[in-house]
Design a protein around this ligand. Structure first.
Ligand code: DGJ
Length: 316
């Protein structure tokens, strides 16, 4: 790609449409690795669920792309495959595999992926974990958990400067978020966790840190439909978190540019350069969902996302 063109089809180096939704970025060895949900094939709606629009595709697993400049993306293949036959597997195509995020563990020298694992009706509400000795995978799936017995749906990972890592997830029927410290190997939740954004109905968490302060951008729970993003911030990562305003500015700021947050890339934390990643879902044709990536910086303690179309990350 010559530039980031909002909501257009983004092609990889082979000329194929990039299929990496609800994604996240790992920066390792001067390379950006983009992991995301593979959404392929026909979108159907679960007929037995009338209370909300449960549109879905068969779980396609997790894709991986790599890039040096965030524009030219090499397809690295399927990092975590879904299971075609074993109906009891968390990764069976009848399940839900969403919002994969990867961090590197310096102690074990392993790459750790966490993701949202669910049943077609989202009643399972668990966090799955997989591991690989290479950034691109293949990842070996370990298990899924409900951290401390708590529901876990939309989620993200955050690795702090001190090497501690956290799982942040929509819990308590998507009513309240929780943040849980992971074990030193990043493979298990610990008993250290806190309830945050209490009764705020938030999902799609994306966390970053700037000048010792933590920021968490989330959406409201409206299925695949867009809504207004809000950010919260905190001095201590485990809380207290204070809900604040909309970080989006410019046209369509109140619908997050018809998209939903998924990740914030730290380009240069010292220089205040970040990128806000969001998904413009196409709920009746999920494979045709698109990406919105915009410059983000912090002004007087407030994250500001600026609408730019097209733009080049080098020219922030
Ligand atoms: C909203 C979530 O943010 C998405 O990741 C997905 O789970 C949809 N809900 C399903 O309707």
């Amino acid at each position: 790609m010559a530039s980031i063109a909002q909501g257009k089809i983004w092609k990889d180096e082979d000329g194929n449409a990039i299929n990496a939704h609800g994604g996240g970025i790992l920066y390792f060895d001067n390379t950006y690795y983009w992991f995301g949900e593979i959404k392929k094939g026909k979108t159907t709606r679960a007929a037995d669920i009338r209370s909300w629009e449960d549109y879905r595709v068969e779980a396609g697993g997790v894709s991986c792309y790599s890039s040096k400049d965030l524009l030219s993306w090499k397809y690295e293949g399927i990092a975590l495959a879904s299971a075609k036959r074993d109906t009891s597997s968390d990764l069976h195509i009848s399940k839900v595999i969403e919002r994969p995020k990867v961090i590197y563990n310096e102690r074990t020298r392993l790459f750790v992926m966490w993701m949202h694992i669910d049943k077609y009706d989202y009643s399972y509400a668990r966090a799955g974990v997989a591991v690989s000795d290479k950034p691109t995978g293949p990842y070996h799936y370990i298990r899924s958990v409900r951290p401390n017995g708590q529901m876990s749906r939309d989620m993200t990972l955050f690795k702090d400067d001190d090497g501690k890592a956290y799982l942040i997830y929509s819990s308590e029927d998507n009513n309240t978020m929780q943040i849980c410290l992971l074990s030193d190997d990043y493979l298990s939740p610990t008993v250290t966790y806190n309830r945050i954004l209490i009764s705020a109905d938030r999902e799609a968490p994306a966390m970053f840190k700037f000048q010792k302060r933590y920021y968490l951008i989330t959406s409201l729970c409206t299925g695949w439909d867009p809504n207004k993003a809000l950010y919260a911030s905190a001095e201590n990562i485990l809380g207290a978190w204070t809900m604040q305003g909309n970080p989006c500015t410019g046209p369509d700021a109140d619908s997050t540019y018809h998209a939903q947050s998924t990740f914030v890339i730290t380009i240069d934390g010292k220089k205040n350069e970040f990128i806000f990643m969001a998904d413009r879902w196409n709920k009746t044709d999920l494979e045709n969902s698109r990406y919105i990536w915009l410059p983000l910086h912090v002004e007087n303690g407030k994250p500001v996302i600026v609408w730019k179309d097209p733009w080049n990350p080098d020219k922030q």
